[in-house]
Ligand binder design. Structure first.
Ligand SMILES: C[S@@+](CC[C@H](N)C(=O)[O-])C[C@H]1O[C@@H](n2cnc3c(N)ncnc32)[C@H](O)[C@@H]1O
Length: 262
């Protein structure tokens, strides 16, 4: 299934960037220490049975491959705006269904809800994250799970102090990153159970870690499979704990500010 090309300039910029980057993406991910998909493997142990899962901003399929490994028989859908990223994902997970679409257009569409929705490294390219999250929440069935990352604003950590940043990538194209306060991202999850909440040094950019927020929520309702997820909630609803700031063994501990002040 193919959606109309994006007309939103923010979406179009990301699409053009990743079209060009696709051939190098997997190698660049290895070289930069991109680690969220290793965390995802662990996160999925908190999820009960899954018949249907959607991976948004699936890229070349790294996150979807982790989901496929956990549930070999589940119906999987990968969504991405870049045809060349999707082309690689199709080869990697041949039995999944793929949709070329803007996340917002996909989330606003009519879908039978999913047991699991993952968005790993995809939300930093939208300038409307709270609105997009509202639509993505509707994709999750009652009792289902949503696992996602976002780039937080971090005052005192120069690489991420500003809310919006545009850089030239190695392919010479501009890519704009949008950052969010944690409260902007967590609003609207009333009644959902927060199963995990941490900061992750996700990868090295220009020699410095880029820090992602990692959130895992369960929507209220009965699990479809009668197997409640194993809860690993640490009872946190507020700040990120600084003791868990660095999760990536490939990265040197940087001089990151304490998140307490944010
Ligand atoms: C950093 S990659 C992450 C891919 C994968 N989840 C991983 O962990 O390797 C980000 C992906 O988001 C996609 N993307 C960015 N903005 C998008 C949008 N508005 N709609 C759909 N996909 C988008 C890009 O095309 C790219 O494939």
């Amino acid at each position: 299934m193919t959606a109309a090309p994006p007309s939103d300039p923010v979406v179009e910029q990301a699409r053009a960037y990743f079209e060009e980057f696709a051939a190098d993406y997997d190698q660049a991910a290895i070289e930069s220490g991109w680690m969220p998909n290793r965390l995802l493997e662990d996160a999925l142990s908190l999820v009960g049975g899954v018949d249907r899962a959607a991976d948004l901003a699936c890229g070349t399929g790294s996150s979807l491959a982790v989901v496929r490994k956990a549930w070999p028989d589940a119906d999987l859908v990968g969504v991405d705006v870049s045809a060349s990223m999707l082309g690689r994902a199709r080869v990697r997970i041949a039995d999944a269904r793929f949709v070329r679409a803007d996340l917002r257009a996909f989330a606003d569409g009519a879908h039978e809800p999913f047991d699991l929705v993952t968005v790993i490294g995809g939300f930093e390219f939208t300038d409307q994250l709270p609105e997009l999250l509202a639509a993505v929440r509707r994709l999750v069935r009652p009792g289902g799970h949503l696992v996602f990352t976002f780039e937080p604003v971090m005052s005192g950590w120069a690489p991420q102090a500003s809310r919006v940043e545009t850089n030239l990538g190695s392919n010479g194209l501009e890519l704009t990153t949008f950052r969010w306060e944690r409260s902007e991202v967590t609003e609207g999850f009333d009644g959902w159970t927060l199963l995990d909440d941490r900061l992750v040094a996700a990868y090295l950019r220009d020699g410095l870690p880029t820090v992602y927020g990692w959130l895992h929520y369960r929507r209220p309702g009965s699990p479809a499979h009668g197997r409640p997820a194993r809860s690993r909630s640490r009872g946190r609803t507020g700040q990120f704990p600084s003791s868990e700031l660095i999760e990536n063994p490939l990265l040197l501990p940087p001089e990151l500010p304490s998140p307490e002040g944010r």
